[in-house]
Structures are given as structure tokens and as C-alpha cells.
Design a protein around this ligand. Structure first.
Ligand code: ADP
Ligand code: MG
Length: 243
């Protein structure tokens, strides 16, 4: 299996907080990798380091074998590193389609082409019906779809979803899981951050667990969720339900 992302000895501190500690992990081409762990364990910081939103204090990030550690966030996005933000931030006064077009414009040379790509992404993500709605007026579930659509418009090779299902009810979450499967089926590698283990188990082929910025465990979801260290640090009494 070849690694689309190869992360070696990554470190990031904020003042006295060592948010990511000597993290070495891989994301394999074509997989859906779950990235789980307690609040504050470094999941979002890891995504921010991979996408270039934050710069690493030390360590290396390779994308399909190429060192991207010192490359800017916009250039990484153009190279195929996609992500959603835990706190999503569409332009609220712009329409759904306009927000999707911002991403499409990075790849398409004309407005007409970008509009066409954005329309395709809107269709794919189930947003055609609300394409002309003001983005600030959307219900949570639709807003989450827009987060995915904006990331997809950038044509990612690997897409990191940072709690993109937070705040959804169970049936909305099921629809979200189906959409992630559909995205994955187009050939995009997915990194999936989520606290609802049912969603993690139904989507992920492999899971990495972080705790206090460090890799605590990795492996098949069912093995990882039974792992004593993972149960103690994160799942508490919840682990047995999925093992
Ligand atoms: P998770 O996503 O797993 O909940 P985070 O990566 O957001 O964890 O946070 C890891 C640690 O780093 C936390 O202690 C958090 O407070 C800290 N942290 C994250 N981002 C920043 C920042 N921009 N400035 C200061 N501290 C931060
Ligand atoms: Mg987070």
C-alpha cells in the first residue's frame, strides 16, 4: 500500500502546550482513515499542520512522496490536500453556489467553467435545490453539505473532514455517512474525524487514536475500540458496544 500522506516526527506547540508530539503516521492511498481521540488530543492541529494552516515546529509531511512541509496552504490545496474546518466558515452573504465557485475558480480559468464545476459539485452534494440561497440562512445539515462541497470544488486527492457531522441528528448523520462513501467512491482518500463511533465503524477501514498529542493506537476499528488504552483514555464504557 502506498502512502498518500507520510507524516514523520511532527511537532507543534502553542506556548507551553505541546499539541502534537513526535507524531508519525501514514494515510494510505484510497483508504478512509478514522482519526479519533478525546477533545484536545491534537486532531484538529494535525489537520491544520497537514493542510498548512499551521506550520510545524519540526518533522516532515510528504504528499505522495513529495515534501510539502514548507509549502504554503493555498499551494497544498492546489496539490490536492483538502479539508473542512471544525468551525465552518462560508461567506454568509454569498449564495451556496457562489461559495462553491470560490474553490472552483482556483482550478478553472473562466467564470463560466467555474460555475459549471460548482453546479456539478452542488448536484453531487445534494445542494442544487438551495444553490441560490444565502449561505448564512442554511440549517446545520445543509451547512455541513456546503462545507463538503467547498472542499470538493478544490478537487482534493485527500480530504480531511474535521467533525463535519457534529450537530447532526442520527438520520442526518446516516445521510452524511452515505455522502462520504460517495466521495470516497470517486477515488478520494478520506481522513475522517468524528466522535460518534457508529459512524467511524461504518466508514473507516483503519483508525488512528491520538491522546495528548501522541499516537496512542492504530489498526482495524474493531481492534482499536477494544484496546484497553483507548477505552481508558477515550471511550470509557462506550468501547464494548462496537467491539
Ligand atoms: P482536538 O481537535 O483533538 O480537540 P486540538 O488540536 O484542537 O484538539 O487541540 C490540541 C491542543 O492544542 C489543545 O490543548 C488546544 O487548546 C491547543 N490548541 C489548538 N490550537 C491552538 C491555537 N491556535 N492556539 C493555542 N492553543 C491551541
Ligand atoms: Mg478538533
Amino acid at each position: 500500500m502506498s502512502a498518500i500522506l507520510d507524516i514523520k516526527g511532527l511537532n507543534k506547540s502553542f506556548g507551553g502546550i505541546h499539541a502534537v508530539k513526535d507524531l508519525t503516521m501514514q494515510v494510505n492511498e484510497g483508504e478512509i482513515l478514522g482519526l479519533i481521540g478525546p477533545n484536545g488530543s491534537g486532531k484538529s492541529t494535525t489537520v491544520n499542520l497537514i493542510s498548512g494552516t499551521y506550520s510545524a515546529d519540526s518533522g516532515q509531511i510528504l504528499l505522495a512522496g513529495k515534501d510539502i512541509t514548507r509549502i504554503s496552504a493555498p499551494d497544498r490545496a492546489l496539490m490536492g490536500v483538502g479539508r473542512t474546518f471544525q468551525a465552518s466558515r462560508p461567506f454568509l452573504d454569498m449564495s451556496v453556489l457562489e461559495n462553491i465557485m470560490i474553490g472552483a475558480l482556483l482550478h478553472d480559468s473562466s467564470m463560466a467553467k467555474a460555475r459549471k464545476s460548482a453546479e456539478e459539485v452542488a448536484e453531487f452534494t445534494g445542494l442544487t435545490r438551495v444553490r441560490d440561497s444565502r449561505s448564512g440562512s442554511l440549517p446545520v445539515e445543509t451547512r455541513r453539505r456546503l462545507d463538503l462541497a467547498r472542499a470538493l470544488a478544490l478537487k482534493p486527492k485527500v480530504l480531511m473532514l474535521d467533525e463535519s457531522m457534529a450537530g447532526l441528528n442520527p438520520s442526518e448523520m446516516e445521510a452524511g455517512v452515505e455522502l462520504v462513501k460517495k466521495i470516497h467512491a470517486t477515488g478520494i482518500t478520506v481522513v475522517f474525524i468524528e466522535h460518534v463511533m457508529k459512524a467511524v465503524v461504518s466508514l473507516c477501514t483503519r483508525v488512528v487514536v491520538l491522546n495528548q498529542g501522541e499516537l496512542l493506537a492504530e489498526g482495524a476499528p474493531r481492534d482499536v475500540l477494544r484496546n484497553e488504552k483507548v477505552v481508558a483514555a477515550y471511550l470509557g464504557g462506550e468501547g464494548h458496544k462496537y467491539a
